[in-house]
Design a protein around this ligand. Structure first.
Ligand SMILES: O=C1C[C@@](O)(C(=O)O)C[C@@H](O)[C@@H]1O
Length: 328
C-alpha cells in the first residue's frame, strides 16, 4: 500500500471559491484534484476540513498511528501554537501549504513542518503530494538535481565550443549565449522555484521562535516574486506585472489557439493541462490578462488544468464549447 497522508484544511476553506463569487476553484474541485493526483502517485489520502482548531487537533491525534505524512493548510490558523504543538507531538512529517502568499504573516505552524509551499493556488497542495511521493519533502533534492543538470549542460556546451574552435578556427562570438529555459517550461516544472530564481529572491524564513530565535528544522520556504501589492483575498486580481511578451499575453485568442492546437493533435492533453497550469499560476502571481476577461480566462485555465483527471476530463466537444465561450 502507498503512503497514507492526512490533508487538513483549516477554517473557512469550506467556502473556497464561493466567497469570491465565481465558478470553479471550490473546495470540492481542490479535493477532486488532490484525490486524482494521489491516485496517480500511489498515495492514500484522508481529507478533513474544519472550522474548529480542536477538530483539526483531534483528527491528527486520532489518525497519527496510521499516517506517513500530513499536508496542513492552516488558513487563518497560521499562528496557532496548539496546531504547531500537535504536529510536533504526533511526530509525523508535515508540509504546510497556502493557496496564497503569506506576505507579512508569520507562520507558527511552520515550526513543526519540513517545508512551507505558498502562493501557488491548488498547485501548492499538489506539489506537497509530489514531495511526499518522491520522499523529498523540502524540495532540495530536486533543486540540486536541476543544478547538476545545469552544470552538465554547461560542461557539454564548453566541450562543444572547444570542438567548434578546433574544427573551424576561432569561435567568433565570445561568451556564447546559453539557451534560456522558456518561462512556461520552468513554471511547468516548479512555479515557485522558477519564480524565486527569476526574482533572485532569497528564501524567506517564515517562522520565528518566541523571543526572536529562528528555528530551522530543515525548513525551506518557497519565495515567489513579490506582487506589486499584498493580496488579501482569494482570487483577487493583482495588478503590476510588467513586460509580458505579446505572444504570451493571456487573452481569449491565446487560449483558443492552445485548444485548437490540442484538438488538431499539435498538443497532447497533458501538454495543454501543463500549459494551463503554468499560465494560471502566472496570473495568480500578477501576470497581465485581457482586460474584462480575467475571471473567464482564469476559470478556463483551471478547467483545462484539471482536464486530464478522470473526474474533470473535458471531451473534444466540451473543448469546442469552451472555444465558443472564449469568442463571445
Ligand atoms: O482562505 C484563505 C486562504 C488561505 O487559507 C491560503 O491558503 O492562502 C489563507 C487564509 O488566511 C485565507 O483566509
Amino acid at each position: 500500500m502507498g503512503k497514507r497522508l492526512l490533508v487538513l484544511h483549516g477554517p473557512n476553506l469550506n467556502l473556497l471559491g464561493e466567497r469570491e463569487g465565481r465558478q470553479g476553484g471550490r473546495l470540492a474541485d481542490l479535493d477532486a484534484a488532490l484525490n486524482a493526483r494521489a491516485t496517480e502517485l500511489g498515495l492514500e489520502l484522508k481529507v478533513v476540513q474544519s472550522n474548529h482548531e480542536g477538530v483539526l487537533l483531534d483528527t491528527l491525534h486520532a489518525e497519527r498511528s496510521r499516517l506517513d505524512g500530513v499536508v496542513v493548510s492552516p488558513a487563518g490558523l497560521f499562528g496557532s501554537y496548539p496546531l504547531m504543538e500537535a504536529l510536533e507531538a504526533v511526530g509525523v512529517p508535515a508540509i504546510e501549504v497556502y493557496l496564497e502568499r503569506l506576505g507579512e504573516r508569520e507562520s507558527v505552524v511552520a515550526e513543526a513542518c519540513a517545508a512551507t509551499i505558498e502562493g501557488q493556488g491548488f498547485q501548492s497542495y499538489l506539489e506537497a503530494l509530489e514531495r511526499f511521493a518522491n520522499g523529498d519533502l523540502t524540495g532540495e533534492l530536486t533543486e540540486s538535481d536541476e543544478e547538476e543538470a545545469d552544470l552538465e549542460a554547461s560542461e557539454d556546451e564548453e566541450a562543444e565550443d572547444e570542438e567548434a574552435e578546433e574544427s573551424s578556427g576561432p569561435v567568433k562570438t565570445l561568451g556564447r549565449r546559453r539557451q534560456e529555459t522558456p518561462p512556461e517550461k520552468a513554471l511547468a516544472v516548479s512555479p515557485s522555484r522558477a519564480l524565486a530564481r527569476a526574482a533572485d529572491a532569497p528564501a524567506k524564513a517564515l517562522a520565528r521562535a518566541p523571543g526572536g530565535a529562528t528555528k530551522t528544522l530543515g525548513r525551506k520556504v518557497e519565495a515567489p516574486a513579490e506582487p506589486a501589492s499584498p493580496r488579501k483575498t482569494l482570487g483577487r486580481k493583482v495588478k503590476g506585472a510588467q513586460g509580458t511578451p505579446a505572444a504570451d499575453f493571456l487573452s481569449r485568442a491565446l487560449v483558443r489557439q492552445k485548444i485548437a492546437d490540442r484538438l488538431a493533435g499539435r498538443m497532447t492533453p497533458s501538454e495543454l493541462a501543463t500549459w494551463a497550469r503554468a499560465k494560471w499560476t502566472e496570473v495568480q502571481l500578477g501576470a497581465a490578462a485581457e482586460s474584462g476577461y480575467r475571471d473567464m480566462l482564469e476559470d478556463c485555465l483551471q478547467r483545462l488544468t484539471l482536464s486530464t483527471m478522470p473526474v474533470s476530463k473535458l471531451s473534444d466537444s466540451e473543448l469546442v464549447d469552451m472555444m465558443t465561450r472564449l469568442e463571445g
